[in-house]
Ligand binder design. Structure first.
Ligand code: ARG
Ligand code: ZN
Length: 415
């Protein structure tokens, strides 16, 4: 996640840039401790002065990206204000360069190029979905549910054994461009389901799965080609288009425009000109609404980072009437992950656990589309690498997400 209304503008404008690529040489990732309301305002000031941007954390500890030229200034300001910190990554560009192996053999022997040893570009991911539909036509179908701002396909894979009584579960990834572990994890789940379908538990086999690994294809590609830390889509912001990008997880139409969403197109949490102003979010709404024949029960959106299992509400520090049910399933998810040897995931209602943020897909799924279960799962890690999680973590993260989604399948079956 990222802390409330961070203010990093078009990074290309004010960071080092070579051949159209934003570079982060000398920029650092710091973890700050014992954060209080007063200390947050010190950080907010530094953010507004464009010395830092907020990456993640929670109410007591916040991860900040410190720009190369601001390291001394920020150090001074934090010391003056008694804010403890620790340098976690001393050169962000080096971490970015080391994150993803580039020497993989990607021959087409299996009919597709996707692996779970590296983060892949969009055509590899979409090519994999097409390959599955061709190879397993009785189980898998691919559909383009809409087009991004720049006209890229938003592809959805449906996995179904065709049983008429199946409940339906929605899974998406890649709402936020820079959270690369999310699409990688979603395709990891797809791969396990499809290649081992007969061995999956009955609860998994008897679900109609609707899975979109990359909901924000423009942003995802932009984070590969131009700015590794891009979060939003690539829509024009505001009238005249001063800054690019809408935060798609502030653009859904339930309590849109409330707390934790910004009206300023130049911020990271800009909610767009109105609810569902963006083609990426309206594709989700249109697909789910037009498939009202599906027996929708659960909505799961994968993000990173922080290791959280969040349920509504996100717009404010309140919970839905049946929150106990959501809490129970969240607890079962977290236990399943730990039982499988995974790390601790914190569970709770989104606004209370992280911060209020309105216009999220999870709130819309629960509040408008009436999914019984709605979760945002923030995958690894908890701040060692943050968004720049080395590709070696795809397998362990995917393995625990698979545990999580199996629990969701059980809950959806019983709902
Ligand atoms: N990191 C996510 C975000 O900032 C958390 C979303 C939780 N859900 C919510 N409706 N606020 O978008
Ligand atoms: Zn996210």
């Amino acid at each position: 996640p990222e802390a409330p209304s961070s203010n990093a503008t078009d990074a290309a404008e004010d960071q080092g840039e070579v051949q159209g690529r934003v570079l982060y040489n000398g920029s650092q990732l710091w973890k700050t401790f014992d954060i209080t309301k007063e200390k947050i305002s010190v950080l907010a000031e530094l953010r507004d002065e464009k010395d830092i941007s907020m990456w993640g954390g929670n109410t007591t500890s916040i991860d900040i990206l410190v720009k190369a030229d601001s390291v001394d200034k920020v150090k001074e300001r934090l010391t003056e204000n008694n804010i403890q910190f620790e340098v976690v990554i001393d050169d962000l560009q080096r971490a970015i360069d080391e994150e993803n192996p580039t020497d993989l053999e990607l021959d087409d022997r299996r009919g597709h190029r996707l692996t779970w040893q590296a983060y892949h570009r969009l055509p590899d991911i979409h090519g994999y979905l097409d390959y599955l539909a061709q190879t397993y036509p009785q189980l898998c179908t691919v559909q383009t549910i809409g087009q991004s701002v720049q006209g890229k396909a938003i592809k959805l894979l449906r996995i179904s054994n065709g049983n008429p009584g199946n409940k339906a579960v929605w899974v998406d990834g890649g709402i936020h461009a820079r959270e690369w572990i999310s699409p990688a994890t979603v395709t990891f789940i797809i791969n396990q389901f499809v290649s081992n379908f007969e061995n999956e538990p009955a609860a998994v086999r008897n679900i109609d799965w609707y899975i979109t690994p990359v909901l924000n294809p423009d942003g995802y590609e932009y984070s590969h080609t131009t700015d590794r830390l891009w979060r939003k889509n690539r829509g024009r912001g505001g009238i005249g288009g001063t800054c690019a990008g809408v935060d798609l997880n502030r653009n859904f139409g339930y309590k849109w425009g409330g707390r934790g969403a910004s009206r300023n197109p130049c911020t990271e949490t800009y909610g767009g000109s109105g609810p569902f102003s963006e083609p990426e979010t309206s594709a989700v709404r249109n697909f789910i609404q037009s498939n009202s024949g599906a027996n929708w029960k659960a909505y799961v959106s994968f993000h990173s980072y922080g290791q959280y299992i969040l349920y509504p509400w996100g717009y404010d520090r309140v919970v839905p009437p049946d929150y106990k049910d959501l809490e129970n399933v969240a607890r079962r998810i977290a236990s399943a992950i730990q039982r499988a040897g995974g790390p601790h995931y914190t569970i709770g209602p989104a606004a209370n656990t992280l911060y209020p943020a309105s216009g999220g897909s999870d709130d819309w799924a629960k509040g408008m589309a009436k999914f019984k279960y709605s979760y945002t799962i923030e995958l690894r890690d908890n701040g060692r690498y943050g968004f720049v999680l080395p590709a070696a973590y795809i397998q362990p993260t995917g393995t625990e997400a698979l545990e999580a989604i199996r629990v969701v399948a059980e809950a959806a079956s019983a709902a």
